[in-house]
Design a protein around this ligand. Structure first.
Ligand SMILES: Cc1cc2nc3c(=O)[nH]c(=O)nc-3n(C[C@H](O)[C@H](O)[C@H](O)COP(=O)(O)OP(=O)(O)OC[C@H]3O[C@@H](n4cnc5c(N)ncnc54)[C@H](O)[C@@H]3O)c2cc1C
Length: 407
């Protein structure tokens, strides 16, 4: 279903961007305000392609969100490879997974369409201006440009943040995580162990990963922080694959099946995600956890919360402000502290020497699977890993908790 062929169309909610954030907003608005006119405008020709993310997540958290198990590959072990040594941690019921990214985003799109939202691909929001009590947006596709009126606008364009600078004082992010990843047919004997590798040689100011993935694939990637380092992740990844490291981790790579490139914000969380009748959701609101760059499940959860708030504002126009602000209050109450700590940890780690990475690796090796899971998710209420951290050198505490203690 495309845009209206002629005349200026009116929608209740215009969502720019059909990634996990935008699609989840669409589902929730249509679900909680039946009959609402909800339109997702997505720049790429297809939902979920090209892939720009590696899809690591956590089974327990995805189950809470109702994401079907057929969409992920379970991992039971994490190998944390420091510059000089490595550790293996076994997980129990709380274990990481790797998502079928395209399948998951398509599932979210089907959910949104199933509640009555429209999802239009191959079209981009290129302009938005205020008019009357609402907004007029310019939408461009292969056939040209047209305008439509919207009562509410959601910026879910990811790191592009297309809409916010047009309507608010928010600007694009100055600090970014930039990643390159290749996908291969996985011929490795072990398909349940992920590897995170760190150190100046292959992952300066960032980390690399080996993620066994659904459909017999494995994803190998490197991410770095810009402008903290000059190095290009693609060159580092090529160097990693040409080295003896793949053999070190028992990897047997078959044919290459894809190359993925992506960018994620690595900036301090913006102060707000609600601006008049404009909401920012997902990466555009910096809602990917900066410790490891995990965003997908946060985008789904946050998108649903934003959609619920918009639906409330539509059902009860006299309480519109209260409903919209409830989304911002929910995000701050639930995640702001976690994200601020994670961002401080990210900045500290970006400057790590190999020696500091070895200390950190030693700490991670001392944790149980459950504690490591909580630490990588930066769950501050889970005390096991925090108790373990306070017994370690102060530098470890500082980077893992993001606390402002002196080194
Ligand atoms: C290299 C890398 C690895 C990552 N690994 C993980 C991981 O393992 N696990 C995890 O959970 N997260 C990971 N992330 C983070 C995760 O990918 C993001 O947090 C998540 O994709 C953000 O979702 P989103 O919907 O906010 O934005 P996006 O997924 O970026 O979707 C926004 C969409 O909007 C479209 N768009 C942009 N501008 C316009 C416009 N003007 N009009 C219409 N459409 C527009 C874009 O084409 C894009 O598809 C990774 C990120 C990167 C870069």
């Amino acid at each position: 279903m495309g845009l209206a062929a002629s005349g200026m169309e009116d929608v209740d909610v215009l969502i720019a961007g059909g990634g996990p954030a935008g699609l989840s907003v669409a589902w929730a608005v249509a679900r909680f305000a039946p009959g609402a006119r909800v339109l997702v405008v997505h720049r790429d020709r297809e939902i979920g392609l090209p892939v720009r993310t590696s899809g690591g997540s956590w089974a327990v958290r995805l189950r809470e969100l109702g994401v079907p198990e057929r969409l992920w590959h379970p991992l039971r072990t994490l190998v944390f490879a420091g510059p000089r040594g490595e550790s293996r941690t076994e997980f129990g019921a709380d274990h990481p997974v790797v998502l079928d990214v395209t399948g998951t985003y398509r599932y979210l799109a089907e959910m949104a369409r199933g509640t009555g939202a429209r999802v239009v691909t191959g079209s981009a929001v290129t302009g938005v201006r205020r008019e009357g009590g609402g907004y007029v947006a310019t939408i461009a596709d292969g056939a040209g440009e047209r305008e439509l009126r919207a009562r509410f606008v959601v910026d879910a364009t990811g790191v592009a943040r297309t809409v916010l600078p047009m309507l608010t004082r928010e600007r694009r992010f100055a600090r970014l995580g930039v990643g390159a990843e290749y996908e291969f047919v996985d011929e490795s004997p072990e398909r349940s162990a992920a590897v995170l590798f760190v150190g100046r040689r292959f992952a300066p100011a960032g980390y690399g990963w080996v993620f066994p993935a659904p459909h017999g694939r494995v994803r190998v990637g490197v991410g770095v922080i810009k402008p903290d380092v000059e190095a290009a992740p693609r060159a580092l990844l090529d160097e990693f694959l040409a080295s003896d490291q793949a053999a070190r981790f028992g990897l047997r790579l078959g044919a290459m099946t894809g190359k993925h490139f992506g960018v994620i914000p690595a900036a301090d969380a913006p102060g707000a995600c609600v601006f008049d009748r404009v909401l920012a959701v997902g990466d555009s609101a910096c809602q990917a956890l900066p410790l490891v760059g995990e965003g997908i499940r946060y985008c789904i959860e946050s998108g649903r919360e934003a959609g619920r708030a918009l639906a409330g504002a539509m059902r009860e126009p006299e309480r519109e402000r209260e409903h919209l602000e409830s989304y911002g209050a929910w995000w701050s109450g639930r995640y702001r502290a976690r994200f601020e700590h994670a961002q401080r940890a990210n900045r500290a780690m970006a400057g790590f020497t190999d020696r500091q990475w070895d200390v950190a690796a030693g700490f991670l090796a001392s944790l149980s699977g459950d504690d490591l899971a909580a630490a990588l998710r930066m769950e501050l209420g889970a005390t096991g890993w925090l108790r373990a951290a306070v017994r370690r050198p102060i530098s470890v505490i500082r980077f893992l908790t993001g606390c402002k203690t002196s080194p």
